[in-house]
Design a protein around this ligand. Structure first.
Ligand SMILES: [Zn+2]
Length: 160
């Protein structure tokens, strides 16, 4: 369920595949809609798309439940082969670009991609609103998701 076979992307003449997701991410109790375009670039599979949804969160300050709107783009790249095998340690990544190593897997787990992407969108500090805690000032900074560029280190497995 919710898998895209690389074979299915590549059998299309333009090597692309449109995938639509509209379901609940159970682990997050979050209903999301996503439109994803998969494109084969040979050694890499590029995924671009848009995600919308609402996720219930609990405010870190007042502990009230509130709905957090999700509305973000996905731009992710999968490497079909292990990056290490192909390029040794010479892999240089553009800043902000995700590359997930499929390690020879023949399919992409869309559910997992969306789950991980939603988690990255969540604010470091969950605050229900600007008026939380009886008007205590909350800067815009606290509503920003954390720096995605650092997550590249989570996705790449480096074998020594
Ligand atoms: Zn609050």
């Amino acid at each position: 369920m919710y898998k895209v076979l690389i074979e299915d992307i590549e059998k299309n003449a333009d090597k692309t595949l449109r995938y639509e997701f509209n379901d609940v991410i159970k682990e997050l109790d979050c209903n999301i809609e996503a439109e994803l375009d998969f494109k084969s670039l040979g050694d890499f599979i590029e995924v671009k798309g848009h995600v919308q949804g609402v996720i219930p969160l609990e405010c870190d300050r007042c502990l009230n439940k509130f709905d957090y709107d999700l509305d973000f783009d996905i731009d992710e790249t999968y490497a079909k082969q292990s990056l290490y095998d192909e390029y040794g340690q010479e892999v240089e990544l553009q800043s902000g670009q995700f590359i997930t190593d499929l390690n020879g897997e023949k399919e992409i787990d869309v559910y997992d991609l969306l789950y991980q992407s939603v988690i990255l969108q969540l604010p470091n500090k969950k605050v229900c609103g600007i008026n939380c805690n009886e008007g205590l000032f909350v800067s815009d900074e606290e509503f920003k998701p954390h720096d995605e560029r650092m997550d590249i280190f989570k996705n790449i497995k480096i074998d020594n």
